[in-house]
Design a protein around this ligand. Structure first.
Ligand code: PLP
Length: 286
């Protein structure tokens, strides 16, 4: 595999960040993960829009301009011959002697881009079954709207979920309301057929897949409510699902082992999974 690191394309084994890099020391870094489908990168513009918000939120400059970044995403996907997979981009505040304050004078930010293929057939097999999610207390910080690599709470929650037979964790806030998944946004379809998800302004990451799905839901004229829901409302739902660039629309068929609806992927989740790319934007890998 070939990675881009600070201006160079290198095999992973030869690529690396300094042990003084602030991504290593402080997770003083933000990232994006884009889906690659059939030789095209999905929703690059929305990912770079969100990167802009993350960078601004932590007072970090752009490592390169947007067009240059988009070209590197394409180049890394191409060099790794990815047709179906993921492109990962990470920007950190750079390498400097360990000190909490921002480096002065400024150091160059570090930019890393990697890409890998995913087994689409295996992913479709998982989606056809649907997944179990396990609820966990949301013990993260308040700025989960920033897509930072500081993901230790997510790592621990997802691992705890897995040890209990879940493929994803659903975080629950102090009011008993579900915030989002460990690496996905959470949705239900109520018995009345209303699609419901938490507003992006309240304790979640604004997922690109969430944004794209909202576009599809609007185009299809489906009933939508951006309002938080609690665990009991989720248990009582007709359907449940997650969204993420790494999982698209992933049917949730059990929550803490309790079947949701018929205990099988719901018709709406299945249809939204099939159609989500209808409203996405594509960048060719050449
Ligand atoms: N929420 C969290 C905490 C995430 O880590 C992710 C993606 O990794 C998402 C939501 C979904 O975001 P996206 O659809 O942009 O992949």
């Amino acid at each position: 595999r070939i990675a881009y690191v600070n201006g160079r394309y290198l095999p992973h084994a030869a690529a690396g960040l300094s042990i003084d890099d602030r991504a290593v020391l402080f997770a003083d870094s933000v990232y994006e993960v884009c889906e690659v489908k059939a030789g095209r990168i999905v929703d690059v513009r929305l990912h770079l829009d969100r990167l802009a918000r993350s960078l601004a939120a932590i007072g970090m400059p752009w490592p390169l301009g947007r067009p240059a970044l988009a070209r590197i995403l394409v180049e890394v996907a191409a060099r790794n011959r990815v047709r179906d997979g993921l492109v990962y981009l990470q920007v950190s505040r750079g390498a400097a002697r360990r000190d909490f304050y921002f480096p002065a004078p400024d150091v160059a930010p570090s930019l890393v881009v990697t890409a890998r293929s995913v087994d689409r057939a295996a992913a479709e097999a998982v989606a056809a079954e649907g997944i179990n999610v396990v609820t966990m207390p949301d013990n993260r910080w308040e700025r989960v709207d920033i897509k930072t690599t500081g993901l230790l709470p997510n790592v621990l929650a997802k691992e705890a979920a897995r040890s209990r037979g879940g493929r994803e964790a659903w975080f629950v806030d102090a009011d008993g309301l579900i915030t989002e998944g460990g690496s996905s946004n959470a949705w239900i379809v109520t018995q009345a057929g209303v699609v419901r998800t938490r507003p992006a302004e309240q304790g979640i990451l604004r997922g690109v897949t969430r944004t794209t799905l909202l576009k599809l839901i609007e185009e299809e004229g489906l009933a939508l409510e951006e309002r938080p829901f609690n665990v009991d409302e989720a248990y009582a739902a007709k359907e449940a699902f997650n969204t993420a660039a790494t999982a698209l629309v992933m049917p949730v068929v059990r929550i803490n082992g309790r079947p949701i609806g018929a205990g099988r992927p719901g018709p709406l989740a299945t249809r939204l999974r099939r159609d989500i790319h209808d409203v996405a934007e594509f960048t060719d890998i050449h």
